[in-house]
Design a binder for this molecule. Structure first.
Ligand SMILES: Nc1ncnc2c1ncn2[C@@H]1O[C@H](COP(=O)(O)OP(=O)(O)OP(=O)(O)O)[C@@H](O)[C@H]1O
Length: 344
């Protein structure tokens, strides 16, 4: 594994995406397990007196070929520590982990992985092109194939225009993209990305999300961590949510999230005070925002009644938005209140 990025080599994957694409769902359904983590634990000893910090307290999850797996949790939950154990950077205190069926650390398994560490370190006097070339060379590429693969990866992550500037002059976002290109250069089967969206602005985050989807469609399996739950909702097939070193929610997103409408927001213009008061009396929430009023209806059953009353009362209906459960809601509903929730 190189300092900042790729643990690599190995050919392209032979299967496609996850639940959303046909070939991919088949391969995911076939269930080849690329990452298997069982009761993984890490306790650090810190300070002069060797105080114990239990960073990871017995974590279990599996990642299957062809899926995008989100490893989520707030800051300090133990995500990076788990990823470091998986990639062989630190030794577990307990439990076990397997990559491609081989117990970690496994040099053979590492060659099939592209790894983006949190805050990738790139020697400041190298340029992105030199760094990615170096990672490609370490993974066994050479000559014209290496040069063209490097150029293609620079273009893919959107830093071709800065390919020959020293890394010390790049922004955090550009450094992150350099790390991503380095993780991809060897055409790995499995991408392990620690906070790939960190340091990026909203446009950059969307580009990374699109890149992850593209790579999955091209046949790669992606395991990535984030503390921003909304970043993953549209992309992950399965997730594990970590809190204080334990997995508190795990499983297929579609099964975990309630599909039904939790609340419907009706936005009105020109609603009179009397109309708003009558909605409140019926038990609906009423919020005033700028020159509009938002009526919050539990579920969706009474939406018709509210719309009729609003129109009869002379108001104009601007918007009707059903609100379904988000990962954020799920985390609050289940993770904070009880033990492991599981919907595989
Ligand atoms: N080398 C270390 N020595 C001592 N404690 C550590 C070490 N590395 C991590 N920790 C502690 O372990 C806990 C988990 O940290 P970790 O970095 O794995 O969390 P994380 O979920 O990745 O958070 P973040 O999103 O902030 O990176 C934290 O309390 C952290 O302070």
């Amino acid at each position: 594994m190189s300092e900042a990025g790729a643990i690599d080599a190995g050919g392209g994957a032979d299967s496609g995406g996850g639940a959303d694409s046909g070939a991919a769902s088949e391969s995911a359904a076939a269930g080849e397990t690329l990452i298997e983590v069982r009761g993984l634990k890490k306790t650090f000893r810190v300070g002069f007196f060797g105080r114990r910090v239990e960073a990871v307290k017995g974590v279990d999850f599996d990642v299957r070929r062809g899926e995008i797996f989100g490893f989520l949790g707030p800051n300090g939950a133990g995500k990076t520590t788990t990823i470091k154990m998986l990639t062989g950077l630190i030794k577990p205190t307990g439990g076990e982990a397997f990559l491609f069926g081989a117990r970690v650390p496994s040099a053979e398994a590492r060659r099939r992985i592209g790894f983006l560490p949190e805050n990738p370190y790139v020697y400041p006097y190298l340029t992105p092109r030199e760094f990615i070339t170096l990672c490609g060379r370490l993974s066994g590429l050479a000559g014209a194939a290496l040069a063209s693969r490097t150029q293609a990866m620079l273009a893919k992550v959107g830093i071709a225009y800065a390919a020959d500037r020293p890394v010390r002059r790049l922004s955090k976002g550009m450094l992150q993209r350099t790390g991503l290109a380095a993780a991809l250069v060897s055409d790995p089967e499995l991408l392990v990305l620690d906070e790939p969206m960190s340091g990026l602005d909203p446009v950059g985050r969307k580009e990374v999300r699109d890149l992850i989807l593209e790579e999955r469609a091209a046949g790669r399996t992606i395991f990535f961590s984030t503390h921003i739950l909304s970043d993953v909702e549209a992309m992950c097939d399965r997730v594990a949510i970590l809190r204080e070193g334990r997995v508190v929610v795990r499983g297929a997103l579609r099964k975990l999230l309630r599909g039904d409408v939790l609340r419907t927001d009706v936005t009105l213009a020109g609603a009179s005070v009397a109309l708003c008061r009558s909605f409140e009396q019926q038990g609906h929430g009423v919020r005033t925002r700028a020159d509009v009023v938002v009526v919050e209806i539990e579920g969706e059953k009474q939406v018709g009644d509210v719309l009729r009353a609003a129109l009869d009362g002379g108001a104009q209906v601007l918007e009707v938005v059903p609100r379904r459960e988000t990962l954020e809601d799920l985390f609050m509903r289940r993770a904070l209140s009880q033990g492991l929730s599981r919907e595989d």
